[in-house]
Structure formats: structure tokens, C-alpha cells
Design a protein around this ligand. Sequence first.
Ligand code: CO8
Length: 257
Amino acid sequence: METIETKIENGIGWIILNRPDKLNAINLKMLEELEEVTKNFEENNDVKVIIFTGNGKAFSAGADISQFKELNSISAWNFAKKGRKVMDYIESISKPTIAMINGYALGGGLELALACDFRIAAEEASLGLPEINLGIYPGFGGTQRLVRAIGKAKAMELMMTGDRISAKEAERIGLVNKVTPLSSLKEETIKFAGKLMEKSPIALAILKSVILYGNDSPLLDGLNMESLGWGVVFSTEDEKEGVNAFLEKRKAVFKGK
Ligand code: CO8
């Protein structure tokens, strides 16, 4: 691939943004490749957890601003729709996703991280939605996902001032799950992924879709989805294994069946 590196290691599918000289700015090609590789990993049984990260000193500094020169209202709308489709797809995939934020996560880069289930950041990282400084605003889902992630007051502050915040501050406001020194970021992220890989992938997938559905629905609809999904989980071998293992005082081994 031109803009992305991938590898599969010990159940983890790595998606590594790879335009380090441009701080992994997201151009159209990268959006297309992101969609393709995420689909491949979703369908690949060897991949249990997907980790997004960046090569070099950035996770991603956002959409490629150099492409904006040629945009008019229609093509900007189309670019935003394309980006949105890819982010929606990433958010919806049935496997757990982690953004391993190794450096700058700005604009569209932070929006990509927001489409992931978890964000683990290096202490040295810096996060923000600075689009307003360009006379525009976030267009890969950030205006909606950030509010849902951290609440309206802080989300409006970040988007309307364009200020960058440290990883520690991002952790304090609930934007990232965990912060670690850059030197141990990979190790800590793999450890976190390992915890997820010990669970039943079916229960995780149903749980994830119930949480995402409920996040955008009236309480009653979300609760109904929860009950329905709860019934579905009871049709799996993993549920039998989990309950039996507890009763037999041993560790469950889930097979994803
Ligand atoms: N797009 C294109 N190129 C970029 C970007 C970017 N977002 N960010 C950095 N680069 C390039 C620089 O131009 C530079 O290239 P070159 O060496 O050829 O001049 C190279 O990467 C290194 O960058 P800097 O020299 O600027 O590195 P610094 O360490 O001095 O600064 C910063 C790092 C602070 C991250 C700085 O690069 C910066 O402010 N970047 C822009 C951040 C930004 O504004 N991001 C938001 C972009 S807009 C967006 O994401 C909208 C998403 C929704 C789009 C919806 C469709 C319309």
C-alpha cells in the first residue's frame, strides 16, 4: 500500500499510517486504503483486535491540508462524506479497535481515533481539533463523536478554540483511556489488547454493537437492544464455556463459537 503499512502479529492487526514526512496527513488515497485494510482485517479470522497507529512523530496531524486548495463546495462535501463513511465503517466493525496515539492526533487524525473503541496515548502526544484555525471545522465525524465522548462543554471548547491539549489532560477529560510514556506505549497497548483477546469475541461484538446503538437511541430502545442481545449471547458455546469455567473454578477458554 502507498500510505499504510499493515501486519498481523499474535492476533493483532496493525494498521500503521505511513506518511511520516507529512505527519501522516490523511489524503484521499489514505482514506481508500484505510477502508480496504480495515475490511480485510474484519474478515480475517487471524485478527482479533485492530490497532491503528502512525509511523514517525505523529499519529496523524489531520486531513491533508494541501488537498484543500482544489476543493469547492461540492468536492469538499464529497471528501467529507467519503471520510465520514470510512470513520463510520471503522466505528461499526465487530472487532475491538484501539488507537495507539504515538504523537500528534489532530483534526481528522483525532477523528479517526474517536472512531476507535479505545485510545491509548503516549505522554508526549498532543491532541486537538484545530480546524477552526483554518476557517473550517471538523468533518470526519468529530462534531458529533467528540460531544458524545466527553460532553458538550469541553467538546465545544476544543472545537471552537482549536487549542491542543496534552495526553494527560485528554485522559483527565475522558478523551483517552490510558496514558503511558512513549517508550512503553506499544507494550502497554499490546497488554490492553491481550485482555480483550481473552474474552469471547462474540460477546464482545454484540456488547459493542449494543453500546454503540444505545449511544444514539432513546433509553428504552437501548435497553431493548441490551435484552435482545443478551438472549443471543445465550445461544453461543462461549457462554456455556464461561459459565461452566466459573462453576468448575477454572479459567475460561473462549473459541468464538
Ligand atoms: N496536512 C498536510 N500536510 C501537513 C499536515 C496536514 N494536516 N500537518 C503537517 N503537514 C506537513 C507540513 O506541511 C510539513 O510538510 P513539509 O515538510 O513538506 O513542509 C510536514 O508535515 C511537517 O510538518 P511541520 O513542519 O509543520 O511540523 P511541526 O513539528 O513544525 O508542526 C504541527 C507540527 C503543529 C502538527 C503542524 O504541522 C500543524 O499544525 N499541522 C496542521 C494541523 C491541522 O491543522 N490539522 C487539521 C487539518 S484539517 C482536518 O483534519 C479536517 C478533517 C475533516 C476534513 C473533512 C473534509 C473536508
